[in-house]
Ligand binder design. Structure first.
Ligand SMILES: Cc1cc2nc3c(=O)[nH]c(=O)nc-3n(C[C@H](O)[C@H](O)[C@H](O)COP(=O)(O)OP(=O)(O)OC[C@H]3O[C@@H](n4cnc5c(N)ncnc54)[C@H](O)[C@@H]3O)c2cc1C
Length: 347
């Protein structure tokens, strides 16, 4: 974790030998692995672009009619096809057409920008077991910039909700902060995509449910969405299997709502805590300095990683919690004093 004044704190010191934060290459590796595993488990995988669907009331038989473009392997020309299904899980990302087709409503979103950079092997060695998060007004007014290892190259990126039109300027600043470590690198791919800021107003309607980014499950502060996409997909599928009594009964909206209830009950505290952390610590450079300073504390690291790895807001030790509260307030008071001093200097 690297502060606005480039003070770096190693925040992985309390991790046990079997604990780690995984880095994945979704498009190149992870998604294909998941698709193949689903096929091995009996799913029929169709390479298709969902276009629209007809609801059951408008048709006989009580099934949804899906319209999609079918693509043969390697072909760019889609063939229009239709299919009838009992239930629909929309896992089609931030621009979800399934969400539109049930009038799920919109969410605020951040824009995330990322460059995949092939750096010399000698420099890659540095990032072998390490990811970097940069905070500061220069890299993002409300989020962080990052350098994440992607096996044989790194991803350098940043995000913002409040200043979307300036994203390229923040990206340049992130590159600048990491310049010594990525020098000589070649950009091999550029990615820009919306990231949801909160769940959509509607996530279930009749026998249609949304999961992952389509539903709006990315945490504030850390910007984590892959885990919650996978987890919500699993919970939703389990609700269908259970509600349909292993395929012997037609499910209804109430069955899908059990997935929403379980997901919200399990993860609401995590979303709330990260939302508060972002509001408190990402609002000014002095607050970010205080944040990084706090991250040096072993107790903070343990609490953070326990929450991150096990996705629960873990109750801590009351005495350590009290010390943490005192330290946090102290850091924030210092941050505010520093901010006031800086505005006097600016005047
Ligand atoms: C630059 C960037 C960096 C990020 N970094 C991290 C990170 O470090 N850690 C983390 O946890 N999260 C990160 N996120 C967020 C994370 O990528 C998302 O939360 C996650 O990918 C959501 O998964 P998903 O499957 O719901 O949606 P997506 O990953 O968007 O997948 C949706 C899928 O649906 C397909 N699709 C779309 N429309 C249709 C259609 N009409 N018919 C058929 N298929 C369709 C798409 O092709 C895609 O395969 C990052 C996001 C961005 C943009």
């Amino acid at each position: 974790m690297i502060s606005p004044s480039n003070v770096g704190v190693d925040i992985g010191r309390t991790l046990k030998p079997h604990e780690y934060i995984g880095m994945v290459r979704r498009d190149e590796v992870l998604d294909a692995y998941l698709r193949e595993r689903a096929a091995e488990a009996g799913a029929t995988v169709i390479n298709g672009l969902f276009l629209k669907m007809d609801k059951p009331e408008a048709r006989s038989g009580g099934r949804y009619k899906i319209y999609y473009n079918h693509y043969e392997k390697g072909s760019v020309n889609g063939e229009k096809r239709e299919m009838e299904v009992d239930a629909v899980i929309g896992a089609d990302g931030a621009n979800s057409r399934v969400a539109k087709s049930i009038g799920a409503g919109d969410y605020d979103y951040a824009i995330a920008f990322q460059e995949r950079v092939k750096i010399p092997d000698s420099k890659m060695e540095y990032y072998k077991d390490l990811a970097e998060m940069y905070v500061g007004d220069d890299v993002s007014p409300d989020f962080y910039g990052w350098v994440f290892p992607k096996c044989d190259h790194v991803a350098v990126g940043t995000g913002t909700v409040t200043h979307k039109s300036e994203i390229k300027q923040f990206q340049a600043a992130t590159r600048l902060r990491a310049r010594d470590k990525i020098e000589g690198g070649k950009i091999i791919r550029v990615e820009a995509h919306p990231i949801p800021e909160h769940p959509r107003p509607r996530r279930v309607l009749d026998r249609v449910a949304l999961v992952g980014d389509a539903a709006g499950y990315v945490t504030k502060c850390s910007g984590e969405g892959i885990y919650f996409a996978a987890k919500s997909g699993r919970m939703c599928a389990e609700a269908i299997v259970e509600g349909s009594e292993n395929g012997t009964r037609m499910i209804n909206e109430a069955d899908l709502r059990t997935y929403l209830k379980k997901f919200d009950q399990t993860y609401w505290p995590t979303y709330k805590v990260l939302d508060i952390l972002q509001k408190v610590f990402y609002r000014s450079n002095p607050a970010r300095e205080a944040f990084v300073q706090m991250c040096a504390d072993e107790y903070v690291q343990k609490m953070t990683f326990d929450s991150y790895l096990y996705k629960r807001v873990v109750p801590g030790n009351p005495l350590d919690d009290l010390k943490l509260a005192v330290n946090t307030i102290g850091s924030l008071v210092r941050a505010n004093a520093l901010k006031n001093e800086m505005s006097k200097v600016a005047l």
